[in-house]
Every structure is written in structure tokens, then in C-alpha cells.
Design a protein around this ligand. Structure first.
Ligand code: SF4
Length: 251
């Protein structure tokens, strides 16, 4: 199957079955999403959603957060991964947001990346989720699933995956394809044992195609080995039969 055909099948399937896929992080405005995404690095959305209600009660806007201290913020996020660093980043991000952007979350990926705690992936999430920009945030799920399906080829880094996906996906589907890949990776195409037996993408998934071919080849190999063994056994039995006959004649 050509890569172009895989892309078409991928977009077709998800446009029909998950036309409204969206992030599982809870938020009600761009500032809240920015906080939630910074917190979600190396952590689960579920955990972040447990933490953010109290956080947003205490820090309802960037202004409030910018006048706080990392020590105070730490108390609200201590159960997420890397709370020390994230507390520093959040306060730094809020200060920068107030100082350079008048408290409004910018839409430009480069502007977003000037804020502490905001790398390329986070900036791409904000730009695509809030502003529907054609940017692709590549996390571990997107990286793995895109490679397995065969949407990317020889893409060894998140940036390489991002570039290939942005190049081949229809522009108006890029922002939502991010969610398709994440959700599929989270619930079906999981890291250790992908659930191919219940996956609806087997018809165009490269990994599945290869694993099926490998299984078929292995079966053929096994059959060949069994047959060879049977022939060997038969030959040995024939030889033994002849030898016994000779012995009997001599007697
Ligand atoms: S068929 Fe298997 S490897 Fe391919 S996308 Fe589905 S779960 Fe992942």
C-alpha cells in the first residue's frame, strides 16, 4: 500500500468515526489549557484533571499566578510528576505572559516558546487546540502510532515525525489528527502489546501488515521443518529396516 493511500484511509476512518476528537484535559480558557499542558508533561491527563480544579480556584488567571511563588504553587501540584520544576515554570510562564503578552496566550508557536516550561510540543498543542492552527504536537503516542501505521517513514525524532505528518495530512485535518493519534495510542495501539485484535485500522496499518506476513512466513517455515523431519524419520526407518534384513539373512 502506498503512503498516500494510508493517509487517505486514516483520514477517512477517523473523519467518519471520531469527527469531534479533542483533548482529555479539562480547561475553560486558553490560560487554563496552557497550565494543564505544562503540568501534563510526563504525567497522565487523569492526574492533571484531579489537580487543576483547586489550582484554578486559587490561580484563576495569569495575573494571580504571576504574583505567587513556586513554593506556594508547589503545594497545589505536589502529586504530579516533577512538581518543583513545574512550579517554577508556571510562575515564570505567568510573569512572561503578563509582561510580554498582556495576559493573553499568544497564538504564534515561536511566541509561545519564549515562555518558561513551553517547548515545541506544548506550543504546538496550544496553537492547534486553541487556534486550530495546522501544527502537530508529537508526544510518545503520536510518535509510536504514526510510525506503526506507516504514516511516517524512517522518522527517528519527534521533529521528523512532525514534519512528515504536517507535509502529508490535509491542512484542515492536522489539528484534529493530533487527537486521533493520541487517543488511538492511549486506548488501542498501546506501547507494549498493541490491541490489533480489536483495532479497526488493520486494513491499512503497516505494522499489522508486516506482523501478519511474519506470522505467515513463520508458519511456512514451521511446516517446512516438520516435513523435513518426517522425511528424515522415514529414511532412517528405511535404513534400519534394510540393516535388520541383512542381519537376518546372515543368520
Ligand atoms: S493494527 Fe495494531 S499496530 Fe496497527 S494501529 Fe491498530 S493496534 Fe496499532
Amino acid at each position: 500500500m502506498l503512503r498516500k493511500e494510508r493517509y487517505e484511509a486514516f483520514v477517512d476512518y477517523f473523519s467518519t468515526h471520531q469527527p469531534n476528537a479533542e483533548t482529555e484535559l479539562n480547561y475553560s480558557n486558553p490560560y487554563e489549557l496552557l497550565v494543564a499542558v505544562i503540568l501534563s508533561a510526563q504525567c497522565t491527563d487523569k492526574r492533571i484533571n484531579l489537580v487543576t480544579p483547586k489550582f484554578f480556584e486559587r490561580f484563576p488567571n495569569p495575573q494571580q499566578l504571576s504574583t505567587s511563588t513556586p513554593e506556594e504553587v508547589f503545594e497545589y501540584i505536589r502529586s504530579v510528576s516533577y512538581p518543583n520544576n513545574k512550579a517554577k515554570h508556571l510562575v515564570g510562564m505567568a510573569k512572561k505572559l503578563m509582561l510580554d503578552f498582556n495576559g493573553k496566550v499568544p497564538s504564534d508557536v515561536n511566541d509561545l516558546q519564549t515562555m518558561p516550561g513551553v517547548g515545541r510540543k506544548t506550543a504546538n498543542v496550544i496553537a492547534s487546540v486553541i487556534y486550530n492552527a495546522p501544527t502537530m504536537a508529537v508526544d510518545t503516542h503520536v510518535f509510536r502510532v504514526a510510525n506503526r501505521i506507516g504514516l511516517t517513514h524512517n522518522a527517528k525524532t519527534p521533529l521528523a515525525v512532525e514534519k512528515q505528518l504536517v507535509k502529508y495530512l490535509p491542512e484542515d485535518k492536522i489539528y484534529i489528527a493530533h487527537h486521533w493519534l493520541i487517543l488511538h495510542g492511549r486506548y488501542i495501539c498501546v506501547a507494549r502489546n498493541p490491541k490489533c485484535n480489536i483495532c479497526p485500522l488493520t486494513g491499512f496499518c503497516k505494522y499489522y501488515e508486516q506482523s501478519q506476513t511474519e506470522t505467515a512466513l513463520k508458519k511456512l517455515e514451521d511446516m517446512k521443518r516438520k516435513k523435513e523431519l518426517q522425511i528424515k524419520k522415514r529414511n532412517l526407518a528405511a535404513k534400519m529396516g534394510k540393516a535388520l534384513k541383512k542381519l537376518e539373512i546372515r543368520k
